[in-house]
Design a protein around this ligand. Structure first.
Ligand code: GDP
Ligand code: MG
Length: 173
């Protein structure tokens, strides 16, 4: 099947909505309502194969953990976003990752994940160094993509990589 239910997860302010809007509608908003959770459907060709994407741009704070359980259960592929300028968004990745494994009842390497280091246009004020980002990606067994929703770069690659991961995992099943 060509359907991919993609979930964009990450700390508030990391750039989930910006990346999603950039990919789906190709524009950048300086301020997008941080409380809006929305789902976008689009059809794209990835590696000459059609992919029908439904992209869930999640929102909300830690207290909506039950909500996150629900998103994680419903989706089959995940983009984990943090901002290179915001250390806390990097630290919080572990929480998302552990919850994901728990909800999916999966071991590391059994859930399709792509890790996005966003706001790379601001790398001169970065709060997370490249080595630890690499380590995190290896630990999650996830491809790592450096992106900027603003500039933009790495955005299309991020979503396409997620589709590839999804295909890869589905083949193995
Ligand atoms: P979300 O809470 O994860 O959905 O984050 P948003 O997409 O709403 O982005 C939070 C803030 O960061 C907004 O002010 C965005 O304009 C800004 N932002 C998002 N992506 C980038 C980026 O790649 N570069 C820069 N410089 N700012 C960004
Ligand atoms: Mg948002």
């Amino acid at each position: 099947k060509n359907e991919v239910r993609l979930c964009v997860l990450g700390a508030g302010g990391a750039g989930k909505s910006s990346l999603t809007l950039r990919y789906v509608q190709d524009y950048f908003v300086e301020f997008y309502d941080p409380t809006i959770e929305d789902c976008y459907r689009c059809q794209r060709s990835v590696d000459n194969e059609v992919a029908i994407l439904s992209i869930l741009d999640t929102a909300g704070q830690d207290n909506y953990s039950a909500m996150r359980d629900h998103w994680m259960r419903c989706c089959d592929c995940f983009i984990l976003v943090f901002s290179v300028t915001e250390r806390q968004s990097f630290v919080q990745l572990d929480e998302f990752y552990q919850q994901l494994l728990r909800v999916k009842d999966a071991d590391p390497g059994e859930v399709p994940i792509v890790l996005i280091a966003n706001k790379m246009d601001m790398a001169d004020v970065r709060a997370v160094n490249p080595c630890e980002i690499q380590e995190k990606a290896q630990y999650m067994r996830a491809p790592l993509i450096e992106a900027s929703a603003k500039q933009p770069f790495g955005v299309t690659e991020s979503f396409e990589e997620a589709v590839r991961e999804h295909r890869k995992y589905n083949l193995g099943k």
